[in-house]
Design a protein around this ligand. Structure first.
Ligand SMILES: Cc1cc2nc3c(=O)[nH]c(=O)nc-3n(C[C@H](O)[C@H](O)[C@H](O)COP(=O)(O)O)c2cc1C
Length: 178
């Protein structure tokens, strides 16, 4: 079938799970209540204006808080933050307050994250059983360190074989800095 409905869900998840990603936590606060979830569907979309994308499942408490407050943060986890990723991925669990702090601008972020992006909600696009949330980045913090990687249901680190060759347009030292 052309719409993919003949593909067994398990086979699809195994297939899509070959795509290794970093791991983030999205946090939003509404009416004094914080909600947060582990998320790997993060993409940096536009440089002018600064736009990022996250995909949040319908029924998620975090999606509700993002839409109700019009603000959210994205915390990029470091390799030693596997426990944070697991705590924020437990459906129905109380908000794990011990993992969070306030950024310089008052937004709530994961303490010790490799990087954080503070965002104002720009647009929501319905996409099947998820909503694609686009945010304008209004603040950042950047500490760096080893990234936490997710691949086929497992957490780990990155083994880098080589840097992008100097002089190439996507090299970090020159050009676009992508
Ligand atoms: C590595 C990883 C990545 C995830 N990525 C997403 C994602 O991109 N979008 C999503 O809706 N759920 C994602 N989840 C599942 C949510 O973290 C999980 O459903 C969470 O409990 C939702 O919390 P909430 O209902 O309190 O918002 C991911 C889970 C893990 C472990």
């Amino acid at each position: 079938m052309s719409d993919g409905s003949a593909i067994p869900p398990r086979a699809y998840r195994d297939c899509a799970g070959e795509f290794a990603t970093g791991v983030t936590v999205v946090i939003a606060e509404h009416d004094g209540e914080a909600a947060g979830m582990t998320l790997n569907s993060f993409a940096s979309v536009s440089l002018d204006p600064l736009l990022v994308l996250v995909s949040l499942g319908h029924g998620s408490r975090t999606l509700y808080a993002v839409q109700a407050s019009g603000r959210f943060t994205i915390s990029v986890l470091g390799r030693e933050q596997r426990e944070v990723a697991i705590d924020f991925a437990t459906a129905g669990a109380p908000f794990p307050r011990r993992h969070v702090t306030r950024a310089y601008d008052g937004f709530m972020v994961v303490a010790g994250a490799a990087a954080t992006l503070q965002c104002i909600l720009r647009q929501v696009v319905r996409a099947g059983d998820h909503d694609l949330v686009l945010g304008i980045v209004v603040g950042i913090t950047h500490h760096g360190g080893e990234p936490l990687i997710f691949h086929r249901g497992r957490f780990g680190g990155l083994v880098a074989d080589a840097a992008v060759p100097p002089g190439h347009p996507i090299a970090l030292v020159e050009g676009a800095g992508w």
